[in-house]
Design a binder for this molecule. Structure first.
Ligand code: IPE
Ligand code: IPE
Ligand code: MG
Length: 254
């Protein structure tokens, strides 16, 4: 399934442009509030930023872009806000899938999608199917996603496929489990970005972030543009990715 390296089993070759960028798009509400607008205006503006960043990542040669759109804990928000977010997701899929297809972008949506209304699920399925053959950039939208949910569903899926492992659990290894994660088709993220000033992971890709470089910026998501992306990538380039080794070993390996 995954032909990719695991950061705990192998060390990937260093690259100037991160192959996989994963973003927590935070700060929509505060962006709006600071302008005396309703929070939902921030979410609408946030959709525009998504368009900009998808395009910018494709142009820079990023192969995988993963966006946290709705967490498994975001249901705790007022029903009105949740409902606006769902409507925005629906309208974004209705409007943007044709453009994604044109631009060579493959869409994936991961998370517990069964919680969504049928119309949204249908649009998601159509968008994934329509763009499935594209190869320029894989855009993954994490919706009703939680890192803990992902690890649990991976374990359930592994045991459903190989029930005998329940009797020999010592045979379960990282590779087996990671092949059942929702994003088993992608390498682990090289660069994680969180906008909006908070320095936490908020139940995003818990397993996959093991050796990801973390970049936090105060910029609210609706203001995050190609220049801000370039600053994050520039910061990434200055990092020494040691994966547990010493600096001297890293220097010797290149
Ligand atoms: C991120 O912006 C969007 C979602 C979580 C759906 P927020 O809505 O969390 O914005 P802040 O953090 O309240 O400013
Ligand atoms: C994380 O943002 C989830 C998304 C951006 C979809 P939150 O705004 O929900 O995170 P917390 O609650 O501040 O940790
Ligand atoms: Mg937030």
């Amino acid at each position: 399934m995954t032909g990719f390296f695991s950061s705990t089993a192998d060390v990937p070759a260093p690259r100037d442009v991160p192959r996989h960028v994963a973003i927590i798009m935070d700060g929509n509400g505060r962006w709006a509030t600071s302008r005396h607008l309703p929070r939902v205006a921030g979410h609408a503006k946030g959709v525009e930023a998504v368009r900009t960043i998808v395009d910018a990542c494709a142009r820079r040669g990023v192969e995988y872009l993963t966006l946290f759109a709705f967490s498994s804990e975001n249901w705790r928000r007022p029903a009105e806000e949740v409902s606006v977010l769902m409507r925005l997701f629906i309208s974004a899929l209705e409007r943007e899938v044709a453009q994604l297809f044109e631009n060579g972008i493959r869409l994936q949506v991961v998370g517990e999608l069964s919680a969504f209304e049928p119309r949204l699920r249908q649009l998601i399925a159509n968008g994934i199917q329509r763009t499935a053959a594209n190869t320029r950039l894989t855009l993954t939208v994490c919706a009703n996603y939680g890192g803990r949910w992902d690890i649990i569903q991976a374990m359930q899926s592994l045991l459903a496929e190989r029930p005998e492992l329940a009797r020999t659990p010592e045979l379960i290894d990282e590779k087996m489990l990671s092949a059942h994660l929702a994003m088993a088709y992608a390498p682990e993220p090289d660069l994680f970005i969180r906008t909006g000033g908070e320095q936490r992971v908020s139940n995003f890709l818990l397993w996959q972030l093991a050796y990801t470089e973390l970049h936090f910026t105060d910029t609210y998501w609706p203001d995050f543009d190609a220049g801000a992306l370039d600053r994050a990538i520039a910061s990434y380039r200055t990092r020494e990715r040691r994966f547990g080794r010493t600096s001297a070993q890293v220097a010797d390996s290149v």
